[in-house]
Design a protein around this ligand. Sequence first.
Ligand code: SAH
Length: 260
Amino acid sequence: MGVGTVWFVGAGPGDPDLITVKGRDLIARAGAILFAGSLVNVAATGWAPPDCLIADSKDMTLEQMSAWLIANAARCDTVVRLQTGDPALYGTLIELVQPLDAAGVPVAVVPGVSSAMASAAAAVESFTLPEVTQTTIFTRVEGRTPMPDGEDLAALAAHRCTLCIFLSITLLHKVEAGLRQAGWPDDAPVLVVHKASWPGEERIVRGTLATIKQQCRDAGIVSQAMVIASPTLGARQWPELARSRLYDPSFTHRFRKATT
Ligand code: SAH
């Protein structure tokens, strides 16, 4: 047998139904699956064939993980590395691809539903609204991983756009400080979604810049949560909404002629 391919598959945010059809099909024919047990719902491995070797990477080092992937690619056509959400966001994609490249093992990536998108869905929110904001930033505050120059939250928040803040639920004091420094007011809406899409475990906390830290403390939310600060939050209840031009009756575009 030749060398198999290692597929980095986005497992989605938690609900096993939110994996892509392509990801599920790859799991169904995988000879070996390495998944991040602390983050990926183990149910995602339920589609694996009975003889598939399934390992949890939570106690492995990066070196052990790449050695595992390389060893299994030598014996199976299809090896799957299941990553939480989408593999391109805050994962170990590149750290794992480099040793595979060096070993001559082909790799491919299947995107997944990010927890940022699952959080918006859970709360029925839109990251963009006409004439409110047309921009979304995916970021985090500094923890053990330093933030590169120019990317501190205060600088990003100055755009007054939607901010999806990953990996920061235990650092809400820094989130608050950054937004305040950028001039966001006390009553700016902030949304926290814990375990978005996980069946029976999802929790939604709506608050403001002034209240969100205490609300999360009271709710005991200390991990796996998305913090969203955005001028669009709560728009479902707004009486006045600027309409998207695309669906405006007076707007002609490629697929429809204006009717007014
Ligand atoms: N690649 C992942 C992100 C991994 S970093 C993605 O695209 O979603 C881990 C961080 O993602 C967590 O600290 C948390 O901020 C967020 N996260 C992951 N799963 C989540 C979920 N189900 N609900 C809310 N936030 C989640």
